[in-house]
Design a protein around this ligand. Structure first.
Ligand code: FAD
Ligand code: SF4
Length: 513
């Protein structure tokens, strides 16, 4: 009888991307609850990560464990030295259950299909297992299911409007603030030479101990790191980055969000994606801070700027999560354009004479970061038009960016960028010739290639691949009304020149194979 009255011993698993100190789990201190946070080999092996991504997650996990302990919780933080013998998360959990005489294991639903499946299929003997919501997103698991259907095309705009209304963001008397839902047309400007780009606010988190640990365990990473990590790894740092963004960058965010330049690597972007995706910051916290900056008396933040920013988080971020969960696991196999080429080796080195690609890849290797238009219209656009196998494109994006977690990476890559999902995310492929890159950047001025040429040895490869893409896929995209203008231009190209473009594209593919 007495033994039955003993309180149950509970283990609560905190995954590396669940570092939300405001989760309802932590509202009460209970000494029968043990929080477990662990560096695991399995999470380092499913893809090769950028060194800054791994260090950022490991440092953030350490800081989170310290914080919980300070708040009075019982916490066990395991590092690789203590977990290297466990090949899987569930093997490790089974060990913890035994070592700490646990009666019940609780976990927050992972956002990644792979991990959710792994935990759902774990059935340890004599131990209860319970899953709870992460409480991170605007939409609950149920809310998400109601809005997204497997295999159906969804579009951002109606979803985003509904989200603005449901969560009462930038709304006044039932109408959108500023009289418009979307200020995209006011945005999308190139960066004039006279605009000074503020220096990015960087942190100085010591990275050496974790690097030594990764070396000790033979963990292979990519990219570079100095002795310090520049990314925020706890809530105090993330809040400081958010405050700096609202003060110095948000006033120009929307206007220049699509601009590219060799003068800087993050321009007016927030660089909050790691803090958001590790759940150190909630999307609501970030959106509320941006809206508050806009609503201040004499604010320097315009309506188009704040709307452009809110759309990314309340709109796109929640939207791609819906696409991912409605369509997994099939989504990971989609390749409607039958793209089969290998990813060119320069994606891993930056060794290319194409100035736009060089900038995007070099800064990705150096910082684990490129902004949205670089990901979509430089690296993504090139891979799409070349015809690279989307699995390889996914692996590159999932590895190289500090913010890359499959639920957000895959719909952006396979869907928006590679059109491999056949249009579930986007109504047409995001392709462009060099003309767009010339308009939105200063790269073409210093490039070895000629952005005005579509044939000839020095023709910009984006031009060659663009017309070749329209040629190869005209049966599929010809009837698409959103592609009509592009197709009309293509049809005006003389037949002889089309042959030259085809053969130039073929040569380029052979050179890059
Ligand atoms: P900002 O430009 O300051 O935007 C603010 C926030 O909005 C971001 O932090 C992010 O949370 C959100 N956001 C913006 N665009 C998107 C989008 N399309 N989808 C989801 N959220 C968005 N984002 C990731 O977080 N992880 C990824 O792995 C990822 N992979 C991508 C792959 C491709 C091919 C493309 C085209 C985009 C990808 N994105 C990804 C979306 C976007 O590029 C990044 O969120 C953004 O560049 C992060 O930088 P930032 O924090 O400075 O963003
Ligand atoms: Fe890129 Fe072409 Fe411009 Fe060179 S010329 S920077 S390859 S778009």
């Amino acid at each position: 009888m007495a033994a039955d009255r003993q309180p149950k011993k509970v283990l609560r698993l905190v995954l590396g991307d669940q570092l939300d100190a405001h989760h309802s789990w932590f509202t009460q201190v209970d000494q029968n609850v043990l929080y477990v946070i662990a560096e695991l080999v399995q999470e380092q092996r499913y893809v090769q990560h950028h060194i800054q991504k791994t260090v950022a997650f490991f440092l953030a996990m350490e800081r989170f464990a310290d914080r919980l302990e300070l708040e009075g919780h019982r916490v066990h933080h395991y590092n690789l030295d203590q977990t290297a013998q466990f090949l899987s998360l569930t093997e490790f959990l089974a060990h913890c259950v035994q070592a700490h005489e646990i009666d019940r294991v609780e976990y927050q639903l992972p956002d990644e299909y792979r991990l959710r499946q792994q935990l759902a299929s774990w059935q340890p003997a004599r131990v209860e297992v319970k899953a709870v919501e992460s409480e991170h997103f605007y939409l609950t698991e149920q809310g998400l299911k109601k809005q997204f259907k497997a295999g159906s095309a969804h579009r951002l705009e109606p979803f985003y409007r509904k989200m603005r209304q449901s969560f009462n963001v930038l709304m006044k008397d039932g109408s959108p603030v500023g009289g418009q839902w979307n200020f995209d047309k006011h945005n999308q400007k190139a960066l004039p030479k006279t605009v000074v780009i503020p220096a990015p606010f960087l942190f100085q988190n010591s990275a050496l101990t974790i690097q030594a640990r990764l070396d000790r365990h033979g963990i292979k990473t990519l990219g570079q790191i100095g002795s310090h990590l520049i990314w925020p790894v706890d809530e105090v740092q993330a809040e400081a980055l958010l405050a700096d963004f609202c003060l110095r960058l948000l006033p120009n965010f929307g206007r220049y969000q699509d601009a590219m330049t060799s003068r800087g690597w993050s321009l007016f972007h927030s660089r909050l994606s790691f803090a958001l995706n590790s759940k150190i910051l909630s999307p609501k916290r970030v959106v509320d801070a941006a809206v508050a900056a806009f609503e201040q008396v004499d604010s320097s933040v315009g309506c188009a700027e704040v709307e452009g920013f809110v759309r990314q988080i309340l709109g796109w971020r929640e939207f791609v999560r819906g696409i991912y969960w409605a369509n997994m696991p099939d989504y990971a196999e989609r390749n409607v354009l039958n793209a089969e080429m290998d990813l060119p080796s320069f994606y891993w080195t930056g060794d290319t004479r194409m100035a736009c690609l060089k900038q995007a890849i070099d800064q990705s290797l150096e910082h684990g970061y490129a902004h949205h238009i670089q990901r979509l219209m430089i690296t993504g656009n090139f891979a799409l038009m070349l015809g690279v196998d989307p699995k390889q494109v996914d692996a590159w994006y999932l590895g190289i960016y500090v913010d890359a977690i499959e639920w957000v990476e895959m719909p952006n890559t396979r869907g928006m960028s590679q059109f491999a999902d056949g249009g579930l995310v986007a109504s047409k492929p995001y392709i462009s010739s060099g003309k767009y890159i010339q308009r939105m950047s200063d790269h073409c001025r210093t490039c070895a290639y000629d952005v005005t040429a579509r044939t000839g040895e020095m023709a910009c490869p984006y031009n060659v691949l663009y017309w070749d893409f329209l040629d190869r896929h005209r049966a599929r995209f010809g009837p698409n009304p959103r592609m009509r203008l592009m197709m009309n231009h293509y049809e005006k190209i003389p037949v002889l020149e089309r042959d030259q473009i085809r053969s130039a594209a073929q040569t380029l593919r052979q050179q890059l194979a």
